[in-house]
Ligand binder design. Structure first.
Ligand SMILES: *Cc1c(COP(=O)(O)O)cnc(C)c1O
Length: 470
């Protein structure tokens, strides 16, 4: 399989050629050149009953054909193990009541769903870098979940260093402890005296210096990485088989959404032939995507307009993976995508209402909704009272919209994207009790910390990178 850019300005490339890259050279995102692989009913039936790693191989081998099958199998088997994800199920499924279930994606090392893809990425990177005799220095900015998932995936990996910028003193105590307690020599935590936007601006400034980027072999692992997307497709299959008995039955998924990475993977699974009825997109107060699916208007928010909420990993101003879906909506016409994003660059928005793309939208099964802090508190309380189960703030956003969009006869699977222990304060606000911490996380705030404090200066960060990755 070869990949091209959503904007049409990239020569077709194989999987391992795009694995280490971020945006396509024309500013677009990489997608399969000739659409998604289709599974027929017999192939789908044969996947039911596979363990997680075998299922992952069955899905991923359709997208990755330039890593040998035995190597790919070995890398996948080394990733999806009970030692890393806490149980043989990897993504345990709990039926809360008939027709409503929870698929846990948050049992990896950092207790958030980003581990599902990032852990595989660490193994793929190490393999491809060793094969090609290269090394890579990952530079990123985080307000919490992405940075810790990247560090735990890359720690100890040969050929990879991570330089992760975070706003000094502004991450939750739990997230700070998780990241800063890592003592691996290839992980560098840089606490920037500023806010998250300052961190992101520094990363952008450095990535924009092409000579520096090339000299120090800089790369990124953000949510537009294609390997992350395909790794996330797998658990939609897992959830589908867990929630159904017979092939051909339909299932809906509710997905707490920010950058449209998780739910786009659900769209890919649906396009591959998995019988998904609805993809229920849930946002918090930052409702860029809910607005789009209700009205057809996509309007990016300014940084002043982006709210800090109690589901912080969904606090986005634009949805980076969304362009991949619009590419499908436009029937793969790169010129249409290019024109739409030119409008986003110039005016901060486009509106599909009344046009042919809007007419095509219902075919893809998306519905949406959003929630507020009060909704989250109410949903956490109701879920605890009804099912004896504590869910985190992001999952609560998904649950709230799931209940609004449920249809009789169609099981609704809510994706659990983080564990409540990561967002203790809001759980205490809702329930008056502290969520239990999984084993191994007790007292992490007291561990020795490894980090550098730096002013918000791209030059200072560059000097640090140059000194540690010559
Ligand atoms: C990143 C994240 C999300 C949002 O996922 P997207 O792929 O950006 O839509 C939701 N919940 C949690 C806990 C996250 O860490």
């Amino acid at each position: 399989m070869r990949y091209v850019s959503t904007r049409g300005g990239m020569a077709p490339a194989r999987f391992t050629e795009i694995l280490l890259e971020g945006l396509a050279p024309d500013g677009g995102l990489t997608v399969p050149e000739h659409g998604y692989p289709r599974l027929d009913a017999a192939e789908l039936a044969a996947m039911r009953g596979l363990g997680y790693a075998d299922l992952a191989f069955a899905v991923l081998s359709r997208f990755i054909d330039d890593i040998g099958a035995s190597d790919l199998k070995r890398l996948i088997d080394a990733t999806y193990t009970p030692a890393i994800f806490g149980s043989a199920a990897i993504t345990p499924y709990t039926a809360l009541e008939p027709g409503l279930g929870l698929l846990e994606l948050s049992n990896g090392p950092t207790l958030a769903f980003k581990d599902m893809a990032m852990q595989l990425l660490g193994n793929l990177f190490e393999h491809v870098l060793a094969r090609d005799g290269r090394d890579l220095n990952i530079l990123g900015a985080t307000s919490g979940d992405t940075g810790s998932a990247a560090e735990y995936a890359m720690r100890g990996k040969r050929g990879v260093r991570v330089f992760m910028l975070s706003p000094h003193g502004r991450m939750s105590p739990f997230q700070t402890a998780q990241m800063f307690s890592l003592a691996d020599p290839n992980i560098y935590n840089i606490a920037i005296e500023g806010v998250f936007d300052d961190c992101q601006d520094i990363v952008k400034a450095i990535a924009g210096d092409a000579a520096f980027k090339a000299r120090h072999r800089l790369g990124a692992v953000n949510s537009i990485n294609w390997a992350r997307v395909v790794a996330q497709v797998v658990y939609y299959f897992k959830g589908y088989f867990a929630a159904t008995r017979g092939d051909g039955e339909e299932v809906s998924f509710a997905v707490p959404s920010g950058n449209f990475g998780n739910i786009y993977a659900g769209h890919v699974a649906r396009m591959m032939g998995l019988p998904i009825r609805r993809l229920v997109l849930a946002t918090n107060e930052n409702n860029v995507l809910d607005e789009f699916f209700r009205t057809g208007a996509y309007r990016v928010r300014g940084s002043a307009e982006t709210r800090q909420t109690s589901s912080p990993s969904m606090d986005i101003s634009k949805a980076s993976n969304f362009e991949r879906f619009v590419h499908d909506l436009a029937g793969g016409d790169a010129a249409v995508v290019r024109a739409l994003w030119q409008r986003v660059d110039a005016e901060g928005r486009f509106d599909l209402a009344g046009g042919p793309l809007m007419a095509a939208l219902p075919r893809y099964g998306f519905v949406s909704g959003s929630s507020s802090h009060a909704d989250r508190i109410a949903t956490i309380r109701a879920t605890h009272a009804r099912y004896g189960r504590i869910i985190d703030t992001h999952t609560a956003d998904g649950m709230k919209v799931a209940l609004e969009q449920r249809e009789t006869g169609v099981p609704m699977v809510v994706l659990e994207t983080a564990q409540p222990a990561k967002f203790e304060d809001t759980i205490v606000e809702a329930l008056g009790i502290r969520p239990p911490r999984p084993p191994g996380f007790a007292g992490i705030e007291a561990l020795p910390r490894h980090f550098e404090v730096m002013p918000a200066s791209a030059e200072r960060v560059k000097a640090f990178v140059a000194a540690h990755a010559p």
